[in-house]
Design a protein around this ligand. Sequence first.
Ligand code: ZN
Length: 204
Amino acid sequence: MTSKPSEQKTGQLVVPGDRIGVIEEFIPDTGTYVRDGVIYSKVIGRVLVDLTHKRVTVHQLAESAKVPVTGSTIVGQVSNAQNETAGVRIFEVGSEKVEGVFQGILHVSDVQMRYVDSMFDVCKAGDILRAKVISEKNMTYHLSTKDKNLGVVYAFCSNCGSLLEPRRQAMHCPKCGRIERRKLASDYGVGLVERRKGEEENEG
Ligand SMILES: [Zn+2]
């Protein structure tokens, strides 16, 4: 006499108006609404499907949670860089922290207007960069840095980890003297440092 535990499946992130299913398949529950037999999401959240009871709900993300959308300006850390693409872990949208894990991808053709040969001249793993979301598919955010204020805002020496300083056309490591290349945002090294100072003042 064991009651079978509900079989549940957590699905994708949805925003209000996203189609989730039809009433022939599921019983609509919290966080959903129905129009003409179609179930839509009412909130920003994750779809939760109870396969045992054929019930579908949308588990709302915290109200303060920010989610990147097409057109958002994001800040993230480069998780990996290959010749043609770089992966970016997004942690801010606008200037607010995001809740959850959002993965961005920057393609070498979206770096700047003029031709860029290799992503290795643009950013490296560990760098912090600002970019714009140009499209989103299956929770992968395609990014662009085709603007003066977009690009790397914080770059680290791949030899010793020090903060790199812009010098003429390249980046210079003040500690070990290594020369590297990056696609910089116009306020490289300024924005984050200033904000850090501000945060310290607020705390004290
Ligand atoms: Zn160095």
